[in-house]
Design a protein around this ligand. Sequence first.
Ligand code: NAP
Ligand code: MG
Length: 489
Amino acid sequence: MTTLATEHSALLDWFPHQLFIGGAWREAGDGDRIDVLDPANGEPIASVSSGTVEDGIAAVDAAERALGTWAVVPPRERGEILRKAYELMTERAEDLALLIVLENGKALPDARAEVAYAAEFFRWYAEEAVRVIGSVQTAPKGTNRIVVNHLPIGVSVLVTPWNFPAAMATRKIGPALAAGCSVILKPASETPLSTLAVAHILTEAGVPDGVVNVVPSKRSGPVVGAMLDDPRVRKLSFTGSTEVGRTLLAAAAKTVVNCSMELGGNAPFIVFGDADVDDAVAGAMVAKMRNGGSACTAANRLYVHASVAEEFSAKLSAAMQALVVGRGSDDGVALGPLINASSQAKVDKLVKGTVAMGARILTGGELPGGAGYFYPATVLVDVPEGAPVLVEEIFGPVAPIVVFEDEDDAIRMANDTEYGLVAYLYTSDLARGMRVSERIESGMVGINRGVVSDPAAPFGGFKQSGLGREGGHEGLLEFTESQYVAVSW
Ligand code: NAP
Ligand code: MG
């Protein structure tokens, strides 16, 4: 059998599969490695060095050495390096997309979209690097001026998840470098390859040694913990589950490390009776199925007004059923496998538990046999409040539909979660859309849109979906400290 890895062996050969510390590629201190698997068949495609605690600290040493000079590189030059990285990523977009398919499994159109999105963070922050704008004001007493300047926060530890292995890296590296910080990135153990490829591109773009370090490690707790304990580390930017986020917030408390946390989501998708149903179905297909449902922004709970519920459910079910499931790089495939066996088992368990509570399956819901961690596009109706599929992050291609009668009820159900990342509203009444948005406890709202992610906009959550924002101008300020100078002249 030919595998994607053998068909595309050149894809794997253009960057080393090692730790990247101080501008040099090297093995882990104890020679340990991580096996990277193809989720379409569970077979190993590559192995990558798995850093030790000492390797993590060596990366902090390198980042600390590089910080002083990088922080004073003229902002325009820092911006031009990021711009070059954007261009190189764009030139290599197809290779990067295939690499993402290989280690993550997602369908090629999703991988291509991720690469474009990922590269865009370098372009956006190339432009932001020259716009770190402070302020001057006269003190209310008139005695002095208040000058506020945004200084680079310093050595930053970046920890990323497997679901967008390139974009979650660039969304952190872009603003950190624009602000004048040096970084150590620890990618998810399932998907270290895309990050190493991005690191290689950054060196080609002219990033000096030590400014970007990458330490894959399957000992993530001890390695990240040791870096957070090191007083030279001033920033943690984490994207991942709420559970791990809580652990890292506690770890960061010891040395009072500044934290930005992009955590889990449980997005409501509300279709009002006045919505254009075909638009709402098209939007739901994006909000639910972008990245095969493995997105923190994925529509997790579909609340549909009783007057359109039957039509919406039938049309969504038809669209879901039409998706071709298969190996992400095969022609026409729209839905690849889940990341690993435990994700597949979790999705299956959520669906079975919900059906046991009385929900009906309109399409999907059957665990396929055979190799790979596949799960079909699934639509559930008659889902009772409190069903596990509405409470937990699904992270898979399952759309549970709940019918509502009035606006207040929809808002109450939408807010009934510890999460607050994003919500989607479909209505032809924009005043209703804005009114409801202000009552929804979430950091982002899409009105008549199934996707909100944009490098130019502040991405982040309320409640236990996180702290701080990524993207936009806010994303840059996360990598700065405000310094106020009281000055008399
Ligand atoms: P995860 O298990 O929390 O892992 C995320 C990262 O943290 C990985 O690099 C992981 O490394 C590392 N990690 C795990 N345990 C750690 C520990 N004790 N100390 C330090 N690092 C640790 O999340 P995931 O399963 O990769 O990703 C899915 C989650 O990410 C979902 O909840 C999703 O909603 C969230 N997410 C949020 C956003 C957002 O912007 N809000 C975006 C994308 C994803 P290993 O792989 O080596 O364990
Ligand atoms: Mg994990």
